[in-house]
Design a protein around this ligand. Structure first.
Ligand SMILES: Nc1ncnc2c1ncn2[C@@H]1O[C@H](COP(=O)(O)OP(=O)(O)O)[C@@H](O)[C@H]1O
Ligand SMILES: [Mg+2]
Length: 324
């Protein structure tokens, strides 16, 4: 039993019965477990309100094999971070023959890797801040020379700003590198961009209205994302119509270049010249009531329950094939 991928099978559903029994994958064992539990519970509640036969399933507590034993027909993936958003769960579901929402194995793995995402986006003409991979102290001098301070050091594969540091003076670089290297083998540095920050949600091949994010510190970090109440969001973002359409097209193109499918989000910052630079793509963005994708959907007239339904529809492109 395997899954086949066929984009021609994309379609809308009008009846909850078309989805069969749905497992909402939530929790998991990444550093973003708590956020995933919140996303997953919100998704489960929405599916239930819409009459879908759905249940929560935490892969930290149950083997994925139980999805077959419990006869689930498809999976809504609400896992964030490594182990859930990086292609590993997607690969297991391919092997088990259970259709799932969002990006496939390759797109998930690439999206989890910020450095590879940037390279693929740049290859199709979507600009991204210059990046330099840091393998160890031997690279510090060149990075400082090329990128100058302030710069930002990031682990390539964690989400929620874990292990990221703004480096404001050269002496800060060793500690910043150590913090990133503690959570990931791949570490890189980017120049610090001082312009405005935007994010664009992607759904079923199109882009939703962009959101402008304003933080008092200029750093939309873990605290700003989940705990501070002085982070401000603007949706519509205030861009002119042509600028909005341009940013949306960059988001669609970057997401596709990274192999993204179904739904997701692309993060950008504007440089001093007003050019949008891609920071990263997210293949399983947050889905709590306060999250960015639901906010963008609302601005497009799509309420939370409808958004969750449409994301579930993205699983229709994956179908069982071969003998059981
Ligand atoms: N090059 C940069 N210059 C300035 N701020 C940045 C830069 N890269 C990231 N940031 C800030 O850090 C936040 C998190 O970075 P991002 O690459 O989107 O990773 P993640 O969201 O996975 O933690 C961004 O939302 C932005 O506020
Ligand atoms: Mg981000």
């Amino acid at each position: 039993m395997r899954l086949a991928y066929d984009p021609a099978l994309a379609r809308r559903a009008s009846d909850p019965g078309e989805f069969g029994r749905v497992a909402v994958l939530l929790g998991g064992d990444s550093s973003e477990r708590e956020i995933s539990l919140m996303s997953g519970q919100a998704v489960l509640a929405a599916l239930t309100r819409r009459g879908v036969a759905a249940a929560a399933f935490d892969p930290q507590e149950h083997s994925l094999l139980e999805l077959l034993e419990q006869r689930f027909d498809r999976v809504w993936i609400a896992l964030h971070g490594p182990g859930g958003e990086d292609g590993t769960v997607q690969g297991a579901l391919e092997y088990l023959g259970i259709p799932y929402t969002g990006s496939g194995v390759a797109g998930s793995a690439i999206g989890m890797d910020k450095l590879r995402t940037k390279r693929l986006a740049q290859a199709i003409g979507v600009a991204s801040p210059e990046a330099m991979e840091l393998h160890g102290p031997q690279d510090f001098e060149l990075a400082l020379e090329r990128l100058r301070v302030p710069l930002i050091v990031k682990p390539a594969s964690q989400g929620s700003s874990v292990g990221m540091t703004k480096v404001e003076s050269p002496e800060m670089l060793p500690a910043a590198y150590a913090a990133a290297a503690a959570v990931d083998r791949s570490v890189f540095a980017e120049p610090w961009i001082t312009g405005r920050e935007y994010t664009v949600a992607l759904l079923q091949g199109g882009a939703l209205p962009s959101i402008r994010i304003e933080t008092p510190t200029g750093f939309y970090d873990y605290q700003a994302k989940y705990f501070r109440d002085d982070t401000r969001y603007f949706c519509p973002s205030g861009l002119s119509q042509p600028a909005e359409l341009h940013l949306q097209s960059l988001a669609v193109a970057a997401f596709a270049a990274a192999g993204g499918e179904g739904w997701g989000r692309a993060d950008f910052m504007m440089d001093a010249a007003g050019r949008a630079l891609l920071l990263e793509v997210n293949t399983v963005p947050g889905m709590t009531g306060h999250s960015l994708v639901p906010m963008a959907a609302r601005a497009a007239g799509i309420d939370f329950d409808e958004l969750v339904w449409r994301v579930l529809e993205t699983s229709f492109v994956r179908v069982r094939s071969g003998p059981r």
